[in-house]
Design a binder for this molecule. Structure first.
Ligand code: FAD
Length: 598
């Protein structure tokens, strides 16, 4: 059976020693009083909840899955899910970072980020039920009317009700401009919504008495394509004026998908038959409004893979120390045993360190990005808010795609450490691989993320935002450029940082002549930039670790950090050279292939 220990030390290292969260957020009135003790206490309690309450249900969820009663259209979640959710509400966890005005605790989003990393390690399928509510909360808080906020936000904040996002239809996933669900205006100001949505995560369940669906649909006079989509809030049960639950609304679960992983999460086909909804935001401006939810969800999906990378690593490490097979090439290591533990073999270490480096780099990026979100929302200086928002926009597709692709590599490497015992279900490694696979697909496939990054976030403003990130790299290079001990961490990012401008300009120029060139280069480009971002954070982590060691700190944590950073720069970061080469190979080898793909 797998085990899980919350990585509190690494979280605290990043929050307190690398990013100085409390200091950085001091200017924000909402977070002026946040201190290390509060942060540590929240992380510790959150870790306990994840490891003690939801982790034991991970296997159960995988084996049992969800069941639909075809007559009542009600869904039953796996044994124990409902009770764990009740404890989650009791503990006030859904409210952690929400606005106190709606009953939230108003703590920094960084804490919520860390809580959710641990919940995802423990049980991704379960975590998706409360996880989607956060996106619904953010979309309604930003674009909802006062009445919508009053009706729904306190319940989403307390966790009494959960939220969903209903975009996908059978004929449209990536291209939402094709969607057909219709919304007919009614005399009383509401809308009657009709259509079919598929693949809706947490779309139906028995954990809460009401579910709040955010649904994309078209008004009768809407323009074609994505400019004619509006957003509606459609509750499973109507809500009475006094806030109590009213009549059943015309939205039903018609089926549950049988899928590769996340069995404990209900992936629902939802049929809307004149369901009553109210408009969120302006007519035909549904996609930008939904983007608030989608951006939150994109960071959330990256966080899912981060969680799985961590838990897979922990279990592979324990197994590699215990499993004995063959002797070390350089001579016997475990004299008292008939063979050496497999951790002595260089390739096994490579697999373990790959997962460890992807977990630690991913955690640094995710925490940094959420700290920027805290500043974007609550910093008193408008310039800081705007710059934070710009960087978050640049980093979001990297969090989503780089972390989930890395999660795929890492969970597979960890399964490999188990050999054949990883392929069978008993050790739980197969579930980590299967659960992670969806993270590369939903919330916009990783290809779509790369197009968003290269097309919208980088080329559309001639690399202006990218240059802002480049400035952070340049600052660090300037700070540490003469420190010989930092050279192994600084030189690679200085070199790649220099190359990045030319590389981007080259693709931009080719793309200007033929837009397909952007499509041909985008996924490689995202990985190159992902490594520059990880490289920057590994250099910052190494900087702190080196200082501590030089000051005489003997905590092995700092040596471990340096060794992981060294491995990262030696074995993972150099992938960028190949990726730049393949990105430059152009579109012809892909599109001039009709005979090959006939
Ligand atoms: C388990 C699960 C849970 C989900 N949860 C939700 C949910 O809660 N809410 C919701 O609304 N949806 C949800 N989805 C749907 C998910 O977001 C879509 O499956 C995803 O966006 C891809 O859409 P699609 O499946 O229609 O694939 P398609 O859009 O048909 O894409 C097929 C392939 O073509 C590629 N492609 C498409 N267009 C381009 C392009 N322009 N350039 C390059 N490549 C392209 C894609 O990357 C992909 O590889 C879920 C799906 C699953 C499986």
């Amino acid at each position: 059976m797998p085990t899980y220990t919350p990585p509190l030390r690494d979280m605290q290292f990043l929050i307190h020693e690398v990013f100085h969260l409390a200091e950085e957020l001091k200017p924000c009135p909402r977070h002026a009083d946040i201190d290390a003790d509060t942060i540590n206490a929240v992380l510790e309690e959150g870790g306990k909840f994840a490891s003690e309450v939801t982790f034991p249900l991970n296997r159960v969820g995988d084996e049992q899955g969800c069941t639909l009663d075809a007559k009542t259209h009600e869904v039953t979640t796996p044994k124990g899910f409902k009770e764990a959710y009740a404890r989650f509400i009791e503990g006030g966890w859904p409210a952690l970072s929400c606005d106190p005005h709606f009953g939230g605790q108003g703590l920094p989003l960084v804490l919520n980020q860390c809580l959710y990393e641990m919940l995802n390690s423990a049980n991704q399928a379960w975590t998706m039920y409360p996880g989607l509510s956060h996106g619904a909360y953010a979309a309604l808080e930003t674009h909802g009317t006062e009445e919508q906020k009053r009706t729904y936000l306190p319940k989403l904040v307390s966790g009494e009700w959960t939220g969903t996002m209903c975009l996908t239809e059978p004929h449209c996933g990536t291209d939402l401009g094709l969607l057909r669900t219709k919304a007919e205006p009614q005399a009383d100001g509401t809308y009657r919504i009709t259509g079919t949505k598929i693949f809706i995560s947490a779309g139906e369940h028995d954990m809460t008495p009401n579910i709040i669906h955010l649904v994309l649909a078209r008004l009768p006079d809407a323009p074609q394509g994505s400019k004619g989509i509006s957003l509606f809030v459609v509750p499973k049960y109507m809500v009475n004026a006094d806030g109590s639950i009213g009549e059943r609304n015309g939205i039903h679960c018609a089926g549950l998908e049988h899928k590769m992983g996340i069995h404990g999460n209900a992936t629902a086909q939802l049929v809307l038959e004149g369901a009553v909804g109210t408009l969120v935001g302006e007519p035909n401006k549904g996609l930008p409004a939904m983007f608030v939810m989608m951006n939150a969800a994109r960071l959330g999906v990256g966080n899912q893979s981060l969680g799985l990378t961590e838990v897979a690593f922990q279990n592979a490490l324990a197994y590699a120390k215990d499993r004995i097979q063959m002797r070390s090439l350089s001579g016997v290591k475990a004299k008292d045993q008939p063979a050496d533990p497999i951790i002595v073999h260089p390739d096994v270490r490579k697999m373990l360190l790959t997962a460890k480096a992807y977990a630690e780099g991913g955690r640094a990026l995710a925490i940094y990005c959420t700290m920027l979100l805290d500043k974007e929302l609550y910093h008193p200086d408008e310039k800081v808010r705007a710059e934070s928002a710009e960087l978050v926009a640049l980093l979001t597709p990297i969090v989503k795609a780089f972390l989930t692709d890395n999660g795929h590599v890492a969970t597979n490497a960890c399964l490999q450490v188990f050999g054949g015992h990883g392929y069978i279900e008993e050790h739980g490694m197969s579930q980590f691989v299967r659960d992670n696979r969806i993270n590369m697909i939903y919330e916009g496939t990783n290809t779509v993320q790369s197009l968003d990054l290269l097309g919208r976030k980088v080329l559309s403003n001639n690399g202006a935002t990218l240059k802002k990130f480049g400035k952070l790299v340049a600052q660090l290079v300037e700070e540490e450029g003469v420190n010989e001990k930092m050279a192994e961490f600084i030189n690679p990012i200085a070199f790649l940082g220099d190359q990045m401008t030319k590389f981007t300009t080259e693709i931009g120029f080719k793309g200007y002549q033929n837009p397909d060139e952007v499509g041909a280069a985008a996924t490689d480009y995202l990985r190159v930039l992902g490594h520059l971002v990880f490289g920057y954070f590994f250099a910052r982590m190494a900087q702190v670790a080196l200082k501590e060691i030089e000051a005489g700190n003997t905590d092995p944590f700092y040596q471990a950090k340096l060794q992981t950073a060294r491995f990262y720069f030696a074995r993972l970061f150099p992938e960028t050279a190949t990726l730049m080469r393949t990105a430059r190979s152009g579109v012809k080898v892909l599109l001039d292939t009709d005979a090959a793909l006939a």
